[in-house]
Design a protein around this ligand. Structure first.
Ligand code: ADP
Ligand code: MG
Length: 298
């Protein structure tokens, strides 16, 4: 799979604030990446650095295998990191034609991209008459005019009503289905869950998780167990290959797994080792619980 962007040990200090800490990740062609984290976790700073509008303190990033300098590479990147800003008294079409003129893009692209964002029928409306959602969609159309390899969006649904949010998410998924790689920053868990294939979870500038969205959801779960002899129970479980770690709480033993294990299988294994359980429940964390656990952990 082709690599679009590689980030290595990126750091950013704003005075005493260490906003980005040793961030590393890789973006491969065709995937949809989310940078997920609460406000102030360093999402916008990271995007600013790779787009060459924020100076890094240390570390490195490489666009397209480093075969191209950043200036040229960024011509193949479409990005919206600020509120959409166009000429208010010009129509949607006029605004996009102006962008084409400045960037040397064929005017044919204007209608094509207005269609992608569902604004073709509003192309003759003045920008100032647009809702925030429509303005954001126009910004997306504008960022797509040069058929970028990757589209970068910072909090694309901030401030929108539920319908506007839905439209933007559908458009992002549609653009991804057409083959454009996407990187978006969001503090919204459900946004990343609904739109992205991959996620980098950031907290205070540090990566807590990096991998597929499915991977963060599909953990193996954990057991809640109780037996008369907890010490013996622990000893026996220690030797089980599926067991990751164990925690005692209120006389119950919480057993976390590193590979799949059915309740019946575990029960049989313990029984064969002369342990009779008087309590057994299998549970799974939801994505939300896992995210909260990840982001609350010191
Ligand atoms: P996010 O986009 O995840 O909300 P930011 O990247 O905007 O996070 O901010 C990360 C940290 O860096 C925060 O503590 C923020 O206050 C700080 N920060 C961001 N931009 C600046 C700046 N221009 N000057 C000083 N501190 C900044
Ligand atoms: Mg931000």
């Amino acid at each position: 799979m082709e690599t679009i962007l590689t980030i290595e040990n990126l750091n950013k200090h704003y005075g005493r604030v260490h906003a980005v800490k040793n961030v590393c990740f890789e973006i491969k062609k065709g995937n949809v990446y989310g940078i997920l984290g609460p406000n102030g976790s360093g999402k916008s700073t990271t995007l600013g650095i790779i787009l060459n509008v924020v100076n890094r303190t240390s570390g490195d990033y490489k666009w397209f295998d480093g075969k191209m300098d950043t200036h040229h590479a960024l011509k193949k990147v479409g990005a919206i990191i600020e509120r959409p800003n166009f000429y208010p008294y010009m129509t949607a079409e006029e605004n996009l034609r102006l962008v084409c003129k400045i960037k040397g893009i064929h005017y044919d692209k204007v209608n094509e991209k207005l269609e992608v964002v569902g604004l073709l029928d509003r192309k003759d409306s003045k920008f100032r008459t647009f809702s925030l959602g429509m303005k954001q969609r126009l910004a997306i159309a504008s960022a797509l005019l040069n058929d970028p390899e990757i589209l970068i969006l910072d909090e694309p649904t901030n401030g929108l009503d539920p319908q506007g949010i839905r439209q933007i998410r559908d458009i992002i998924k549609h653009i991804a289905s057409l083959g454009t790689t996407i990187l978006l920053a969001s503090h919204l868990l459900d946004e990343v869950e609904k739109v992205c294939t991959h996620v980098v979870v950031l907290r205070k500038g540090q990566i807590l998780y990096s991998g597929t969205v499915d991977g963060i959801i599909a953990n193996e779960g954990f057991f809640e167990l109780q037996a008369n002899d907890t010490i013996r129970l622990k000893e026996i479980l220690q030797n089980h290959p599926a067991v990751d770690k164990m925690e005692d709480e209120d006389g119950k033993l919480f057993v976390y797994l590193k590979s799949p294990l059915e309740a019946s299988e575990l029960n049989r294994y313990l029984f064969q080792n002369d342990i009779i359980l008087n309590h057994l429940i299998k549970r799974k964390h939801s994505l939300e619980e896992q995210f909260l656990q990840l982001t609350n952990h010191n």
